[in-house]
Ligand binder design. Structure first.
Ligand code: MSP
Length: 515
């Protein structure tokens, strides 16, 4: 079935299970879901991975606080992230947990490769560690907080750690990393983030402590009793575990590795763009093609935090605004890569204007005119004039634009370009005024409605990755066969004479309740 199809592998970060899923987590996975759905419709064999990061001190502490052992704790809370996929209609092909046996085997094999390469040595670490970030910091990076506390640039509190530890010879990989960034200019996107990483690496890399001995919740280092792996080495390895590592000869590994995109938030770019490729190069495994760092969401201008209790909860947003409305908003509102603010007014604006007025209304007008004036069947078009051709060409040309934008993860531009076609269709209907042609020129009315119906079909096919449910309804209303909904079907046209079901509105307006 899949033979001959090009492969596409996209990953989300794996989420720490100590936190309940909020809109930030949903955002990263949503972006990947749209890429995965788009590529599937475009004829690719896709592997879309998400999952949970379950080891380390932070999770161990949360389990302790909950009064249960870490395994039982992670079994329970990992489910919240699985449920998120159902709630937000994510189409991931796999869900990995770092506590799975396949992952332990993969991490230990990678470790062994790093040992064989001479990139691991035993030493001792004395320095600062932030449990919240699961990251080491140099003294020079820290600020003084209250009561003599040391605070990391992320705001996380640091503690002093002194213990025997294995180190990865990261210092030896600086030049090769810089060469990677130069040879693959799109390895890190957006470009501003790429520059930050390059200056960080040019500033000189220190060897990285990659094992811990003062707690036990992690993957044992092979042949080193008492040592467990640093949680970031463990976590990053999930991306190769899921495609079959260490079995580099497996069909899956050969098909999907190296990954096309690791999608991450800006806070975890360094781990993905510096440590991860260094580990892989040292182990002789190819490096991924792209790491894209997106920005952070705030809620009505405020940073989301536990103390403020203002985290945006995906289930509540879906309940209030609707699933596809939320998916559209998150990707349309903010240039992908920038920080963004979630405000009720912006959300309602997009929902009522872009979706209900511009797109929903267009479909509703066309479908109800067909229902009333064409006996509920797709009309037979006559000869197309220049306006008709221009309308259909504009819709057909959209696929190329979307491919180009989504290849560099510019969702907001892809949607802006899509809405240019929606606007053009609204201008076309207003100008052609089919409602005036009913008596005077029914043949022309039939042509106009046919052109519009086919334009809507094309828009609906192309919008499926962002709004799968709503577009399914729209395509049902146009009686498009389920086998004719991929991008190859954009080359065809609707069949005149097809009976259509009774039209129904797809994008309701949001009405503010009276206080
Ligand atoms: N476990 C690590 C990732 C390991 S990947 C090998 C981790 N987990 S996390 O749960 O803390 O964060 C996961 C993702 O959620 C990150 O990409 C982070 O940027 C994203 N977000 C967390 N809060 C966010 C916002 N407020 N806005 C947007 N994304 C945010 O880091």
């Amino acid at each position: 079935m899949t033979a001959g199809k090009p492969a596409y592998y996209v990953t989300t970060p794996i989420y720490y299970v100590n936190d309940a899923p909020h809109i930030g987590h949903a955002y990263t996975t949503l972006a990947c879901d749209v890429l995965a759905r788009f590529k599937r419709l475009d004829g690719y064999q896709v592997h879309f991975l998400t999952g949970t990061d379950e080891h380390g001190q932070k999770v161990e502490k949360s389990a302790e606080a909950a009064g249960i052992d870490p395994q039982a704790f992670t079994d329970k809370v990992s489910q919240n992230f699985r449920d998120l996929s159902g709630l937000l209609n994510f189409s991931n092909d796999d869900f990995i947990r770092t506590t799975e046996e396949r992952h332990k085997r993969s991490c230990q094999a990678l470790w062994q490769k790093l040992v064989e390469a001479g990139d691991i040595y035993l030493g001792s670490y004395a320095g600062w560690y932030a449990v919240r970030d699961e990251a080491y910091y140099a003294e020079s990076e820290l600020e003084d907080g209250e009561d003599g506390k040391k605070i990391a640039p992320s705001g996380a509190e640091c503690e002093w750690v002194e213990e025997e530890s294995y180190f990865f010879r990261l210092s030896a990989w600086g030049e090769r990393l810089l060469k990677l960034y130069e040879e693959q200019p799109d390895f890190i996107l957006p470009a501003s983030r790429r520059n930050e990483v390059i200056s960080f690496v040019k500033g000189g890399l220190k060897d990285l402590s990659i094992s811990r001995t003062t707690f036990g919740w992690g993957i044992p280092v092979p042949d080193a009793p008492g040592h467990i792996m640093y949680v970031w080495l463990d976590a990053l390895t999930n991306y190769i575990t899921a495609v079959g590592y260490p079995d580099a000869e497996s069909e899956n590994f050969k098909t999907f590795w190296p990954a096309d995109v690791h999608m991450v938030g800006k806070d975890i770019l360094r781990f993905h763009a510096v440590y991860w490729p260094a580990f892989l190069m040292a182990a002789g495994v190819p490096t991924p093609k792209r790491v894209f760092a997106h920005g952070w969401w705030t809620n009505e201008g405020e940073k989301m935090s536990k103390t403020l209790r203002n985290a945006l909860v995906p289930a509540e947003l879906v309940e209030t605004y609707g699933l596809d409305q939320l998916r559209y908003f998150l990707l349309r509102e903010v240039p992908f890569g920038n920080d963004g603010d979630f405000s009720r007014s912006a959300m309602v604006g997009r929902m009522n204007y872009d979706l209900a007025n511009q797109f929903g209304n267009l479909a509703q007008r066309v479908l109800s005119m067909i229902a009333k004036n064409c006996g509920g069947q797709l009309p037979q078009p006559g000869d197309l004039d220049a306006d008709d051709e221009a309308m259909l060409d504009q819709a057909t040309g959209l696929l190329q634009d979307l491919r180009k934008e989504l290849d560099v993860q510019q969702f907001h531009i892809a949607l802006t370009k899509t809405w240019e076609v929606v606007s053009a269709a609204n201008r076309y209907i207003d100008h052609a005024a089919p409602w005036k042609l009913k008596k005077s020129d029914p043949a022309r009315m039939a042509t106009v409605l046919y052109v519009l119906a086919d334009t809507i079909r094309q828009l609906a096919i192309l919008c499926q990755p962002v709004m799968p449910d709503a577009m399914e309804k729209m395509l049902d209303q146009l009686a498009v066969d389920t086998a004719e909904r991929d991008f190859a079907a954009l080359q065809t046209r609707l069949t005149p004479g097809t009976a259509l079901p009774a039209p129904e509105g797809i994008f309701p307006r949001f009405i503010e309740e009276e206080a």
